[in-house]
Ligand binder design. Structure first.
Ligand code: HEC
Ligand code: HEC
Ligand code: HEC
Length: 329
C-alpha cells in the first residue's frame, strides 16, 4: 500500500517536473485542465455538476448575478438553463469568451455542446446512459406511453423485482397500480422522484393526467376530467376566454391566495384590468414571457403543498388565451 502511494507520488512529481519547468502553476493547471476535460468528455451522461467548472473558469467573473454582462448570468444551474440556447451558440460560434479573455479548449466546447444536446440536465442520469427527454407533446397520458417515456428510462432501474428501493416495484402494471397513491405523491406532489434526475413538466403532467383518469392499463386516449364541475346542470366547458379561465381556474384554485385578503394579493388575478396591468404576469400575445403561463406550466403555481397542479387542458387554455391577445372576453 505504502509503496503504491509512493509510486504515484513519484509519477506525479515527474509529470509536474517535465511539464512545468519554471512556469509552475500555469502549465500545471493546463495539464490538469486537459485531463479533466478529457475525463468529462468521456462520460456518457453529463449533468451540470460535471460541466460547471467550465463556466466557473471562463465565464462567471463576467456573468454572475451581481454582474450579468449582456443580461447573462451563468453562476448556477437555473441561470444557465434560463438562457441555455444563447449560451451554447455564443460558445460554439466562438463569440464567447471575448478575445481579451482566456479561450475555452476545443474539448470544452464539445463538452458544452454534448451537455446541451442531452437536454442540459442538472444531474447525470442514474444509469450513466443519457436519458432521452421526450419532446413536448410526445408523451401521452396512457400507461404504454408513460411506461416507455417515464418509467423505463427514469424509474425501473431502482424499482424492479430484484432492486426494489422503498419496497416499490414499478416494472409491471400491477406494481405501478398497487402503489399508485405513492407514485402520485412522489412524482406529482413532492416531485422528489427520481431522486437526482428531474422529470420534465410534460412528463409530470402526463402522469398526473393518467392517474386522474384512474390509471387505466389500456391505451385508449385519456379523457382529462373537466375541472370543477358546476353544482347544477352540465359542467361548463373551459374555453380560452378571460371569464372562463377566471371562473373555472382562478376562483377555485388561485383566489384563496391571490384574492384581496390572500398572501399573494400583490399579484391580483381579477378584475381583468388589474391582471393585465402586470405586464410580467400577462404579456398579451406572448405566453412564454407571461408568468401566468410559465408558473403554471412549470407546475410552480399553485404551490405544490397547496393542491394538485393544473392539468394540461387548463395550462394549454391559459396559453391559448394569452397568445390570442389576452382579451377581456
Ligand atoms: C471578460 C468578460 C467576459 C467573459 C470572460 C465572458 N463574457 Fe460573455 N459577455 C461579456 C460582455 C461584456 C457581454 C455583453 C456585450 C456583448 O454582447 O458583446 C457578453 C455577452 C454574452 C452573451 C450574450 C450575447 C450573445 O452572444 O447573445 C452570452 C450568451 C455570453 N456572453 C456567454 C458567455 C459565456 C458562456 C462565457 C464563458 C464561456 C462568457 N460569456 C465569457 C463579457 C464576457
Ligand atoms: C436512483 C434510484 C431511484 C430512481 C431512479 C427512482 N427512485 Fe423511487 N426511490 C428510491 C429510493 C432509494 C427510495 C426509498 C427511499 C426514499 O423514499 O427516499 C424510493 C422510493 C420511492 C417511492 C416510495 C415512497 C414512499 O412513500 O414510500 C415511490 C412511490 C417511488 N420511489 C417512485 C419512483 C418513481 C415513479 C420513479 C421514476 C419517476 C423513481 N421512483 C425513480 C430510488 C429511486
Ligand atoms: C397557497 C397560495 C397560492 C395559491 C393557491 C396560488 N398562488 Fe400564485 N403565488 C402565491 C405566492 C405566495 C406568490 C408570490 C407573490 C409575491 O410575489 O408576493 C404567487 C405568485 C404568483 C404569480 C407571479 C409569479 C411571478 O414571479 O411573476 C403568478 C402568475 C401566480 N402566482 C399564479 C397563480 C395561479 C394561476 C394560481 C392558481 C392556478 C395560483 N397562483 C395559486 C401563492 C399562491
Amino acid at each position: 500500500m505504502k509503496k503504491q502511494k509512493l509510486f504515484f507520488l513519484v509519477i506525479l512529481l515527474t509529470a509536474f517536473g517535465i511539464g512545468c519547468g519554471f512556469y509552475h502553476s500555469k502549465s500545471g493547471d493546463n495539464s490538469a485542465r486537459q485531463a479533466l476535460d478529457q475525463k468529462t468528455l468521456n462520460k456518457k451522461s453529463l449533468g451540470f455538476e460535471d460541466i460547471q467548472y467550465i463556466f466557473n473558469n471562463a465565464c462567471v467573473h463576467c456573468h454572475n448575478g451581481a454582474n450579468p454582462s449582456g443580461g447573462i448570468s451563468v453562476d448556477n444551474y437555473d441561470s444557465v438553463k434560463a438562457s441555455v440556447g444563447t449560451v451554447c451558440s455564443a460558445i460554439t460560434s466562438l463569440s464567447m469568451p471575448p478575445r481579451s479573455a482566456n479561450p475555452l479548449t476545443p474539448i470544452e466546447i464539445q463538452i458544452i455542446a454534448k451537455w446541451v444536446a442531452q437536454g442540459a440536465p442538472e444531474y447525470p442520469s442514474p444509469t450513466g446512459d443519457p436519458i432521452p427527454t421526450p419532446t413536448p407533446g410526445e408523451i401521452k397520458a396512457t400507461y404504454a406511453s408513460i411506461r416507455q417515456l417515464v418509467l423505463v428510462p427514469s424509474c425501473i432501474d431502482c424499482h424492479n423485482a430484484s432492486t426494489h428501493k422503498g419496497d416499490i416495484d414499478l416494472s409491471t402494471y400491477a406494481g405501478v397500480k398497487e402503489n399508485i397513491d405513492k407514485v402520485h405523491n412522489e412524482v406529482v406532489v413532492e416531485q422528489s422522484m427520481p431522486p437526482k434526475w428531474p422529470l420534465s413538466a410534460d412528463q409530470i403532467q402526463a402522469v398526473a393526467d393518467w392517474i386522474a383518469a384512474g390509471a387505466p392499463e389500456g391505451d385508449a386516449p385519456v379523457e382529462v376530467p373537466t375541472p370543477t364541475p358546476a353544482p347544477t346542470g352540465a359542467p361548463p366547458v373551459l374555453s380560452a376566454t378571460y371569464s372562463s379561465i377566471h371562473d373555472q381556474i382562478f376562483v377555485p384554485k388561485c383566489m384563496s391566495c391571490h384574492g384581496a385578503d390572500g398572501k399573494a394579493s400583490d399579484v391580483p388575478l381579477e378584475p381583468y384590468s388589474e391582471l393585465i396591468a402586470q405586464t410580467d404576469v400577462v404579456s398579451a400575445g406572448d405566453a412564454e414571457s407571461s408568468s401566468l403561463y410559465t408558473e403554471t406550466s412549470k407546475l410552480k403555481m399553485p404551490p405544490k403543498k397547496s393542491g394538485p397542479p393544473l392539468n394540461s387542458v387548463e395550462i394549454e387554455t391559459i396559453k391559448t388565451w394569452i397568445n390570442q391577445g389576452a382579451k377581456n372576453d
